[in-house]
Design a binder for this molecule. Structure first.
Ligand SMILES: [Cu+2]
Length: 496
């Protein structure tokens, strides 16, 4: 595919629609050429996002995050220790960051406890909804076809991260089998954004006010992968409360198609996409990311439990109320029980340790709080959907199998959908009180808007793994909060 660079650095906004060249990369030779240009190349006006552009509007004053005593975390090889957490961070050319062997210190039981054996992005899938000759096949697997880790970019101090970040390098194997160093692909930092961990102001006691509040300070591991036009910001965040949160931010450049249209009124009904600027059409598309989450809650003998929130009508005279809801627990026995489409009923999804209970008798566990519950809109027989069948459900649960890592198949490139999470789960394997893996599909259906031109603002979503009867009580009630850094001036000026 060809782009015209004249007048801009934003090559994705100046496609030469209809020009395709086939190149033999072994021979480094052009072996085919198609030129069926029928539409103009979009103009360069307004497409440049580089730092050379004139900046407008009032400037904000200096801002920063200061830790005069240094960070509270330590990096020992690939082990990271912070507050009550300890985990291993590794780099994979296909998945990017892999979090493993995560343990949390339980102050009451005075021991480290297992939480997540391994968690990583198993696959990404980005199909475009444009059936024209140069577009119908654009159904990208960013991990299996490209390498989500391979396209990790070097993060810049003070720009991609706050001042208190530490950096880590990674190594990949080169084509000549020699190691290649990728500098500064991870950054690890403590995040404080003025948020509240917990708060209560008690006004109900005569003669006194109790006011207690604790600030939210978390540890973040970040990687940014730029796969062609798109940039994905991946944050794994650890909270002292026991939560592990993953957030993915989408930003970068849209793929657009050249067009004759200069105004929305000219667009025929059957056209694919939205007019972002003159001669610039952008097709709707999806970004699906599936996470492999191998939780080991206090051991690798776990079960998957669904809490269903059910409405019960009140038909007798016991209360003036006409209905209430209660929570019903369902444990998955086989794999067929555990393909879940969220949205139709109110549920909470947990991984529990059936062999371990709290003092009052609840099974210890963790729950998944999903940030998106997107459904795929392609038909089951669409080739794109067959290959990415893992998007059909929001959550899957499988018994651990060492070969089942890549939800789109081990050999994703030119795959036909025979080796995917969807095919593995047809075997109805037992999965109660076993080592189980939770798969969560994070979906971003992306209908473009003009503010995505010439560069898309970060759009984020993710999920949280949160303790659910894992601790005996609030685990951060007595945690020592960070000290205060003296702030020179807290007054608000009336004139800026
Ligand atoms: Cu998008």
């Amino acid at each position: 595919m060809c782009s015209y660079l004249d007048g801009t650095v934003n090559l994705y906004m100046r496609p030469e629609e209809g020009v395709t060249v086939a190149v033999d990369l072994d021979e480094m030779r052009i072996v085919g050429f198609v030129d069926r240009v029928t539409v103009p190349v979009p103009k360069p006006n307004g497409t440049d996002y580089s730092g050379l552009q004139k900046r407008v509007g009032p400037a904000l004053k200096r801002i920063g995050l200061v830790q005069p005593d240094g960070p509270s975390f330590a990096v020992d090889g690939h082990m990271i220790r912070w507050a009550n957490w300890e985990f291993h961070l590794s780099f994979d050319v296909r998945a990017g960051p892999i979090i493993s062997l995560s343990l949390i210190y339980d102050a009451e039981q005075q021991e480290f406890r297992q939480v997540m054996y391994r968690g990583f992005i198993s696959e990404l899938f980005v199909p475009y909804m444009d059936l024209t000759e140069e577009w119908y096949y654009r159904t990208f697997f960013d991990a299996g076809e490209y390498g989500f880790g391979l396209y990790a970019v070097q993060l810049e101090p003070l720009r991609d991260c706050p001042e208190n970040a530490a950096f880590m390098d990674a190594y990949i194997a080169g084509q000549d089998r020699k190691p290649i160093k990728m500098s500064n692909v991870f950054r690890v930092f403590e995040r404080y954004a003025g948020d509240i961990r917990w708060h209560h102001t008690e006004l109900g006691i005569p003669g006194k006010v109790i006011r207690e509040v604790r600030p939210e300070v978390n540890l973040v591991v970040r990687m940014v992968s730029t796969v062609g036009n798109y940039d994905y910001i991946v944050d794994w965040e650890f909270k002292q409360s026991g939560s592990i949160k993953a957030t993915v931010g989408l930003t970068g450049l849209l793929e657009v198609r050249g067009s004759n249209y200069t105004h929305n009124d000219q667009i025929a009904d059957e056209e694919y996409g939205v007019l972002l600027a003159e001669n610039t059409l952008s097709a709707p598309h999806d970004h699906f990311l599936i996470f492999h989450l191998d939780l080991d809650i206090d051991s690798d003998s776990n079960s998957f439990v669904k809490f269903v929130f059910r409405q019960t009508p009140v038909t007798d005279r016991r209360s003036p109320r006409k209905s209430y809801w209660s929570v019903v627990s369902e444990t998955a026995k086989t794999k067929s029980d555990t393909k879940i489409k969220l949205g139709s009923e109110q549920v909470e999804l947990l991984v529990v340790n059936p062999g371990k209970k709290t003092k009052v008798g609840n099974r210890v566990g963790y729950r998944l709080i999903p940030g998106s519950i997107t459904q795929p809109l392609l038909s089951d027989d669409d080739y794109a959907q067959i290959r990415r069948a893992f998007t059909k459900y929001n959550v899957w649960v499988t018994p651990y199998n060492t070969s089942e890592k890549w939800a789109g198949g081990l050999y994703t490139d030119q795959s036909n959908g025979e080796d995917t999470l969807a095919t593995w789960t047809q075997r109805n394997r037992a999965m109660e009180n076993k080592d189980i893996v939770l798969w969560y599909t994070l979906g971003f259906p992306h209908a473009p808007y003009q503010e995505d031109f010439p560069l898309m603002l970060t759009l984020s979503s993710g999920f949280e793994l949160r303790p659910a009867n894992f601790f005996e009580s609030n685990p951060v009630l007595r945690v020592i909060p960070p000290g205060v850094v003296e702030w020179p001036n807290c007054s608000i000026p009336s004139v800026i």
